[in-house]
Design a protein around this ligand. Sequence first.
Ligand code: GDP
Length: 330
Amino acid sequence: AERPPVDVDALATGVREGSRSLLARAITLVESNRPDHRAAAQELLLALLPHSGGAARVGISGVPGVGKSTFIESLGTRLTGAGHRVAVLAVDPSSTRTRGSILGDKTRMAKLAVDENAFVRPSPSAGTLGGVARATRETIVLMEAAGYDAVLVETVGVGQSEVTVAGMVDTFLLLTIARTGDQLQGIKKGILELADVVAVNKADGSHERDAKVAARELAGALRMMTPTHETWRPPVLACSGRTGAGMDEVWAAVQEHRATLDADGALGRRRADQQVEWMWAMVRDQLMDRLQAAAKDTIGELESDVRGGDLTPTLAAARLLDTLGLPPNP
Ligand code: GDP
């Protein structure tokens, strides 16, 4: 059936005027993989780009069960209570596999989900991490154009998705729970290195003491690592999403981190670098997609020839690139 073309101007105006329904429609548009939607989405983003950039973009990561949704619900309601407009997005590439996303699920943030100054959007199910990341980055532009001044991007503490989220935010906040001594090994070094602020969560009741001890130990471990920015030492704080203890201090640290970057122009550079890195990520993803589509009938055979030692990897790579009409490197 003939579908009506997308009215990009009406969407752009609606988003800027703060219409929730048009904002939701704009997000659905940027999440779509249909070629005509992709074209309309890019037109929309180009129109909104001059009105974006106004939010504190914060990544929030931690393993399942660390208390992310409780924390975001608590932080988010504090922020809206203080007059902010809060967007909660999620990057969860596993949501396509498990059917139905876990992160950003509105039932996990019941108060924020009905808060008129908050907008909670579950992870898009765009397939690959690259697809999810693209949709989320583009949604950040929409949210900022709509006047949201705090964008919280939630992700799980496993795998590549944290690196991806760190590449789209100003401040990367790692949530962890009390671990000491040997257990510190359980926190992956690569993830700790991404963190601008670390919070030991669930510092309440009988866990409070442990959390504070763990925060001190972790701060010691962090001092051994290369800081994310020369003038910033990632602080380690203790907090409780459940009781709200320490939450103001965590948010103050996030703001202080941004202010520190902003003071010497690093915030603008970080964002500009992220845009360029995003461009290259898109090129890599699309080249691979096209290659896999163009060579789909020969990939299996070439792989088995390489496995069996009948063909060198270099020659096989040249044949694959040839399906896109690309000559091999000399
Ligand atoms: P997520 O999987 O990281 O989103 O974690 P949830 O927010 O769903 O919390 C996982 C479990 O930890 C739930 O049973 C929560 O009730 C509990 N929890 C979350 N935050 C806190 C906290 O600050 N203190 C305590 N004691 N428990 C918490």
